[in-house]
Write a protein that binds this ligand. Structure first.
Ligand SMILES: Cc1cc2nc3c(=O)[nH]c(=O)nc-3n(C[C@H](O)[C@H](O)[C@H](O)COP(=O)(O)OP(=O)(O)OC[C@H]3O[C@@H](n4cnc5c(N)ncnc54)[C@H](O)[C@@H]3O)c2cc1C
Ligand SMILES: NC(=O)c1ccc[n+]([C@@H]2O[C@H](COP(=O)([O-])OP(=O)(O)OC[C@H]3O[C@@H](n4cnc5c(N)ncnc54)[C@H](OP(=O)(O)O)[C@@H]3O)[C@@H](O)[C@H]2O)c1
Length: 254
C-alpha cells in the first residue's frame, strides 16, 4: 500500500435523488481529523488518479468516515461516485486538511452556520462535537438549496441529535433553518445575502446579533461565500484572521 493514501471499503451508500448521495467508508485506525476538515478521496483512472476534496460529515469520534456528495453531470469524480455500492473501494489521502474550525474564534456566544448545497457537510460534523455545544449558547444551522427535495437532512436532523448520547442534552441550544430559493415550502425563500440584508434571517434565529457575541461560519457555493462575506462586512462584521480577530470564517465548498 502507498504511504500517501490507503484503499478504504464502502460501508453503505444512500441515493437521495439523482444528484445527491451520502456514503460511508471505513476509517483507518490512524486517520485523525478535526470537525470541519475535508478528506481527499480518489480512484485510479487509467495510469493516473482522480482526487477531489470532500468534507467529512461524521464527528471526530465516529468509527466511519461519512460524506455527502452532490453529483455533477459529466464530473469525473461524480461519475465514479454515481456507481458506488457497498463493498467497493475508494482511495483516501493520508491526511485530512482544512481550517474551517469554530475553535479559531477566540470568543462569541452564538454561532450561525450559513451553508448552501453540499456546504452543509462540515457543519453536520461540527454540530455533533460536544465541545461546540459547551462553547456556544446558541447554534443555528442554515441550509439554502433551490428546491424542497434538496433538503435531505431536514427530517432527521433534530431527532438524530436528540438521540445522540453525546450531544442529545444540548439539543435545545440548536436550531435548523432551511431555505428554498426556487420554490416555497418549509423555512425561508430568498438567497442568504438578501435574508441577511432584510433582517429576516436574524429574526428567524430569534436572538439579536451583535459583534460582541455572534460568530458566523459560511460554506458552500464560492459565489455565495463571496456575496455573503461582502454582505456581512457591509453589516459591520469582519473576516476572522489568525492575527486579527473577526466574526466570520469562510470556506469555499467547491
Ligand atoms: C474544501 C472542499 C470541500 C468540498 N466538499 C465537498 C463535499 O462535501 N461534497 C461535495 O459534493 N463536493 C465537495 N467539494 C467539491 C468536490 O471536491 C468536487 O469538486 C465535486 O464533487 C465534483 O467533482 P467532479 O470531479 O464530479 O466535478 P468537478 O470537475 O470537480 O466539478 C465540475 C464543476 O461542478 C461544480 N461543483 C463542484 N462541486 C460542487 C458541489 N459540491 N456542489 C455544486 N456544484 C459543484 C463546480 O462549478 C465545478 O467547476 C468540495 C470541494 C472543496 C474545495
Ligand atoms: N439547482 C438547480 O436548479 C440545478 C439545476 C441543474 C444543475 N445544477 C447544477 O448542479 C450542481 C449542484 O447544484 P446545487 O443546487 O446543489 O448547488 P447550488 O447551485 O450551489 O445551489 C444551492 C443554493 O445556493 C444558492 N446560491 C447560488 N448562488 C448563490 C449566491 N451567489 N448567493 C447566495 N446563494 C446562492 C442557490 O440559490 P438559487 O436557487 O437562487 O440559485 C441554492 O439555494 C451545480 O453544478 C449546478 O450548476 C443545479
Amino acid at each position: 500500500m502507498n504511504d500517501k493514501f490507503s484503499e478504504q471499503t464502502v460501508l453503505w451508500v444512500k441515493r437521495h435523488s439523482d444528484k445527491q448521495m451520502t456514503f460511508a467508508i471505513t476509517r483507518p485506525a490512524d486517520y485523525r481529523f478535526a470537525a470541519g476538515q475535508f478528506s481527499r478521496l480518489g480512484f485510479k483512472d487509467g495510469n493516473g488518479f482522480i482526487w477531489r476534496a470532500y468534507s467529512i460529515m461524521s464527528p471526530e469520534y465516529a468509527d466511519t468516515l461519512d460524506y455527502f456528495a452532490i453529483l455533477i453531470q459529466g464530473g469525473e469524480m461524480s461519475e465514479y461516485l454515481c456507481n458506488l455500492k457497498m463493498g467497493d473501494t475508494v482511495l483516501l489521502d493520508k491526511n485530512a486538511t482544512g481550517f474551517f474550525l469554530p475553535q479559531r474564534f477566540i470568543d462569541g456566544k452564538q454561532l450561525v452556520m450559513l451553508s448552501t448545497g453540499s456546504g452543509i457537510a462540515p457543519f453536520l460534523s461540527h454540530i455533533r462535537q460536544p465541545e461546540i455545544r459547551e462553547r456556544f449558547d446558541s447554534i443555528v444551522l442554515v441550509h439554502s438549496v433551490s428546491f424542497q427535495d434538496d433538503l435531505i437532512f431536514s427530517g432527521s436532523l433534530k431527532d438524530a441529535l436528540a438521540d445522540d448520547p453525546l450531544v442529545g442534552e444540548f439539543c435545545k441550544q440548536f436550531q435548523y433553518i432551511p431555505i428554498t430559493t426556487r420554490e416555497t415550502g418549509d423555512g425561508l425563500h430568498a438567497r442568504i445575502p438578501e435574508l441577511l440584508r432584510s433582517g429576516a434571517l436574524e429574526k428567524a434565529c430569534g436572538f439579536e446579533w451583535t459583534k460582541q457575541d455572534t460568530r458566523f461560519m459560511v460554506c458552500g457555493n464560492p459565489q455565495m461565500v463571496e456575496d455573503t462575506l461582502r454582505t456581512l462586512i457591509e453589516l459591520g462584521y469582519q473576516l476572522h484572521r489568525n492575527r486579527t480577530a473577526g466574526q466570520v470564517i469562510v470556506e469555499n465548498g467547491f
